[in-house]
Design a protein around this ligand. Sequence first.
Ligand code: C2E
Ligand code: CA
Ligand code: CA
Length: 725
Amino acid sequence: MLSSSFTSARRKQFSAASIALVFILVTALLAGLVARSIQTITHTADAIDDARSTAAAVGALHSLRKQLGATIRDNAFWDDAFQKVSAPETKAEWIIENWASTTADYPLYDTAVVLDAKDEVVVAYHNGEDIGNKLLDFLGNGLNEMLVAARSASKTDPIPVHFIRTSKGIALIGAATIQPSVIDNTVDSKTFHILVFAKHLTDSAVAEVSETFSIAGLTLDRAPSKTKLSVPLTDVSRRNVAYLNWPAEQPGTKSYLTVRGTLRTAAVILVLFLCAIGAVGFFTVARLRANEGRARFKAEHDALTGLLNRSGLMEKMREVSTSYSDTAAIMRLHFIDLDGFKGVNDAWGHAVGDDLIVGVANRLSKTLPKDSLIARLGGDEFAVVTVDVKTTTSSPTLGAQIQIALQRVFELGDRTIEIGASVGVASTEASAVEVGELIRRADIALYRAKALGRGITVEFEDEFDADTKAQDHLELLLRQTLAGDGIDVAYQPLVQAGSGAICGVEALARWQTPDGKRYGPDMFIPLAERSGLIDVLGMQVLTKSLAAAGGWPGISLSVNVSPLQLKNPAFVQNVLAAVASAGFDPRRLCIEITEGVLISDPEQAGRAITGLRQAGIKISLDDFGSGYASIGTLRQFGFDRMKIDRSLILALDSDDNGGAVLHATIALANALHIPVTAEGIETEEQATVLRLSGCDELQGYLFSKPVTAAELSAFYFEKSSTRIA
Ligand code: C2E
Ligand code: CA
Ligand code: CA
């Protein structure tokens, strides 16, 4: 029950933590996916645009080459030109007029060169100026490779057009053999002249490309830019001679930058949100944990003292046991029962009783070793668990220590209270503690300690178990005896102090077991009280003695009643019914009760006494002088008689003050106008003293021992007016 409520608390903590965690993880995952998608969109958009602008740049180069190639094709594969350059005298003039002079301002080319079959320069012009004598400086070695390419190309092949580095910069250069427009196989191609056109990529030319092909920021550079996009410009041998560089447009990045502020705000909100969820989860778990801690503390501790309670102690004992699993340590369980606590509660009330319990708890906590477990098991019962790591099992003195500590007076407000303690100890190996068994043993040991007269420590021994078994067996026998109406009653006469004449009898229970053993009421009455048989036993004695005393008219019948019987609400009714059914005169019946019940439960006792007295039954206070009843109590209940305890009569012989105490006790009863019986009179001296002291009835072996009903009948009829001895 307890542990299942803790399991459910654990489950709650776990689910709160998991819900928060799952929420955080899922949200973080979603945020990650969105961030990733934005990144991908950005990069893809950038890449698409990079591809577009690169394609545009490549296309622009292609278009430039195509344009120059077409110009060369138009001029080189031309019948007129072929004829004119084949005429040695006039060819230079014709070339200058048609091609070279136009280099000054013609948009399609700025350099024109014609070489003969032996690759000798015929004419070479650049920007309208003759550069024939410095052509090699101007065009460099690249020219020869172009010439080889031009000669090896057939007429149907594309015109070789490439880039070249000139002394003026980067130029597009193309070359073709000059030949008739229609292929003429009779002409030896080896005799062909070669026409070379070149067009420099001036800044304005680059700007024009930039605009035409919408490639913003286009520049012509020797090397590719690391931060920009670029395409190489290659020469006839596919060497990179220059690069067109331009900055990437990055439309994705630009779009991203426009929303970046918003995204950042969203990210901050998300992080705050997740933190809030984390914090809520954390606090929820912390709160549940604190609640669980409080509930656990409550469930395992005693509310009054804050000490462990029974289940808390059992739990802790198990924990301690596991922590000593590999050692030879000894665990000792001490059960402590306060002696006289009930009296304190009865005399001063429960508030003082509670204060005393707290005082005891504090004193135990202060006195005992720090690592001992201290518990309150309920009422006035405490328990202390210690672990002795030394392997020797030599008897510890902790029980004695506890007793000494609790014997010191307790100052509660302006009251000084003295109590004591009985202690029962059981020990076992700390590594293998069977908590239930250890508790059972300590309980038996404590019971022993109390039975042996209180104020002592008893350590459990294996024989106790046998004793307990014997007790259980006796209880069974008593039950059987009662079931068979087998309790006997002995009768002890009460005589008049003056005349010695019999005036009454006291019924005393007698028990003989089926195997013939006799037990005294001092043993079997407490056994009957413990095992709930006292009501049946009491009624059996009453019924039997009423029946017997019916045959002894004129004398009273005294019957002992246990305090426990008075607690039975049906007690008075049962007695009256028994009296009625026996046809017994209730005024001849006297019920003997002891002081204890008057103190422990005065109201209940009062009700019972009143009920009985109203029916005419007399009430006698038994064992007067052995307890603590105050004069007020004696008055309040209005007893018909008091029986002085035998201990006071015994004190006459042993104690100098004995006589004084006895006289004072009898004088007290006389002052309250209550007649007094002295019991346990064994000698004439005692009888004389008591007679003189004012006792009007005497009882004791001097007159008669308890006898059977038959024996008493014989006495009654033979010498009813004389002493029975
Ligand atoms: P009690 O009520 O004080 O009874 C008197 C006891 O003193 C009896 O012991 C009796 O035999 C004994 N006695 C009487 N005269 C003398 C004497 O001169 N010298 C000595 N040494 N003893 C004497 P008993 O019969 O053993 O009873 C013991 C106690 O058991 C009783 O004490 C009474 O408290 C209880 N008891 C006996 N019968 C019943 C019963 O039917 N019901 C209840 N509730 N208690 C009973
Ligand atoms: Ca008695
Ligand atoms: Ca008595």
